[in-house]
Design a protein around this ligand. Structure first.
Ligand SMILES: [Ca+2]
Ligand SMILES: [Ca+2]
Length: 214
């Protein structure tokens, strides 16, 4: 039975986009979130396990998407091939730039190459999905923390970046869209959370959160 799954939703400079795939028919498509205009459609390939879309390179201000079944690495707006893959597992804001890094099991890498973190003694979950226990902005500034289980299942570790950045963003948990997505990271088809505003190279200053404390 076909099982539509929300794949990712996020805001881009070109407008709000949403993307989804259909489990039994494979493929995926990318739409304008406001008008449903189709930007990219890839068909076939059978069961599409998962995919992500994100700004992963400061040298390319367009978003890349990648699925685990078909489609490869393409620009979300045009479908043209892009140089740096967004991977198909998790994503994380980790180093100083606004582009997001790739998170896969116990490691963090740059899309352009290079390992930023290798958590020896820790493991991911869910087989090839290799999901972390949690990624979320839990501590410090807007960069995300990485929670992993030790391979012995006797402890959890929380990793946080030590890179200094000049980019200032209100903590991501102040953003209702991001906060909700962190919740479904653990209760739905676990894929990385996205903020409700654009984060990436050339970004505008982020909106001030509309938070009221009584
Ligand atoms: Ca980064
Ligand atoms: Ca943080």
């Amino acid at each position: 039975m076909a099982m539509p799954c929300t794949w990712a939703s996020w805001s881009l400079a070109m407008g709000s986009l949403c993307s989804r795939f259909t489990r039994s028919k494979g493929g995926y498509d990318v739409h304008d979130g406001a008008t449903c205009t189709t930007y990219v459609r890839v068909t076939g390939g059978g069961d599409n396990g998962r995919g992500v879309a994100e700004y992963v390179s400061p040298d390319d201000i367009t978003a890349a998407t990648c699925s685990s079944a078909v489609g490869g690495n393409v620009n979300c707006g045009t479908g043209a091939a892009v140089t740096h893959s967004a991977g198909s597992n998790f994503l994380i804001y980790w180093d100083a730039d606004e582009s997001r890094e790739l998170e896969n099991g116990p490691s963090i890498t740059k899309a352009s190459g290079g390992t930023l973190l290798s958590a020896t003694g820790c493991s991911g979950n869910n087989g090839t999905k290799n999901t972390p226990t949690l990624t979320a902005d839990l501590l410090g500034d807007w960069r995300e923390e990485l929670v992993l289980r030790e391979s012995s299942n006797t402890a959890l570790r929380v990793y946080t970046t030590t890179d200094v950045t000049t980019r200032r963003i209100y903590t991501l948990m102040h953003d209702p869209t991001y906060r909700a997505q962190v919740a479904f990271e653990q209760s739905g088809y676990n894929q990385p959370p996205h903020a409700g505003f654009h984060i990436g190279a050339g970004m505008a200053d982020p909106p001030k959160p509309d938070i009221h404390v009584k």
